[in-house]
Design a protein around this ligand. Structure first.
Ligand code: NCD
Ligand code: ZN
Length: 348
């Protein structure tokens, strides 16, 4: 199979940042995707309608795709104004709410410390059918960083699901076999997104010989058996899993630093590398489900009408190493294997 036509994909988890970054990130993303869920972890987290309106406008002003739709999120704090959330949801300004355990990742200091304190908001969200997007890691010094996803599921997620069985939940960027198995046996309101880099890398890739700061992301890369389990889940055709790139750029100086930031910038070659992964697994027949069908199904949205054509090349693709201008320089993620698939053209 060397030509594939699939429904144009969506990215259910992306970081657009602010200022100069936005001006390059939105064009690159809107070329490839029709809908994206935009993360709210700005330096001043998004918790109000006024912020959403301003941010969404800025994003739309930089789009290069007439069918591009940024789906905006509120950042869940223990003091989030429920009335503001309901009003924003009713007016189609907010699509979902993002839960960061406080301190778990970039710009998450204002996230949740005591999960019981957000139960009243979750109750309203369940009632109004507002999706909850979860960064599923505990932030606890006593818990080893490689165990934080599992412990979050056991100690925080299970009680939330038991209390709110009808709440639509996305366990985002899952990284472990434990999470895959958990989602497989959960009720149908719980689904998971998976990133390209967690499908490609394990913790040995990050740490062996020389440390690779551009492979450092949160949740941190796990063991090979976890990666394999993610690949099996993503390529299986199961409706429980869909793409969320978690493309999370940082300026190169903030990555190559004695306290380097977590986040991988993978937008530019995301669809091409995922296609290659599915090809390597002999699962190209399930690519469209993972990229373009399972996400809309989970969020009760129609599938995109546009299509894209993917073409297998005889020589590996070459990507630029950096996305840069006078004000910033961002390392573009490149997988440690050749990619032969490229996007040929768009059918509208
Ligand atoms: C993200 C970021 O930099 O905003 N970093 C990351 O490693 N994934 C935050 C997040 O999604 O955890
Ligand atoms: Zn993220």
């Amino acid at each position: 199979m060397s030509i594939l036509e699939i429904i144009k994909p969506d990215d259910w988890h992306v970081h657009f940042r602010e200022g100069d970054f936005i001006k390059s990130l939105v064009p690159e993303t809107s070329k490839l995707y029709n809908r994206v869920i935009v993360m709210p972890n700005l330096s001043n987290p998004i918790t109000s309608i006024a912020q959403i309106k301003k941010y969404k406008n800025e994003i739309l002003n930089n789009s290069v795709n007439k069918n591009f739709e940024p789906l905006m999120t509120f950042y869940l704090t223990e003091s989030l104004d429920v009335n503001e959330l309901i009003k924003a949801f009713k007016n189609n300004l907010v699509f979902a709410v993002k839960l960061y355990p406080s301190g778990a990742t970039t710009n998450s200091a204002k996230g949740v410390k005591n999960f019981k304190n957000i139960f009243p908001v979750l109750e309203k969200m369940s009632e109004k059918n507002i999706p909850l997007l979860i960064h599923g890691e505990v932030n606890d010094k006593k818990i080893d960083i490689f165990d934080r996803e599992k412990i979050f599921i056991e100690n925080e997620l299970i009680p939330i699901i038991e209390k709110f069985p009808f709440l639509k939940i996305t366990l985002e960027h899952i990284t472990t076999k434990f999470a895959v198995d958990f989602v497989e046996k959960s009720n149908s309101n719980i689904k998971a997104s998976i990133t390209p880099h967690h499908l490609i890398l394990n913790r040995t890739d990050l740490l062996e010989h020389k440390i690779k700061p551009h492979y450092y992301c949160l949740p941190i890369l796990k063991k090979e058996q976890d990666r394999k389990s993610l690949v099996a889940a993503a390529t299986s055709g199961s409706q429980n899993f869909f793409l969320g790139t978690d493309s999370a750029p940082h300026h190169i100086n903030d990555k190559e630093n004695e306290c380097g930031c977590a986040g991988v910038f993978n937008t530019i070659n995301s669809i091409q590398m995922i296609t290659q992964i599915f090809d390597n697994e002999n699962r190209l027949n399930n690519l469209e489900s993972f990229l373009s069908k399972n996400g809309p199904n989970h969020y009760s949205l129609p599938e995109n009408k546009d299509k894209i054509i993917l073409k297998k090349l005889s020589k590996p693709l070459k990507f630029n190493k950096y996305l840069e201008n006078n004000n910033y320089k961002i390392r573009i993620f490149n997988p440690p294997f050749p990619i032969y698939w490229d996007i040929k053209e768009e059918l509208i």
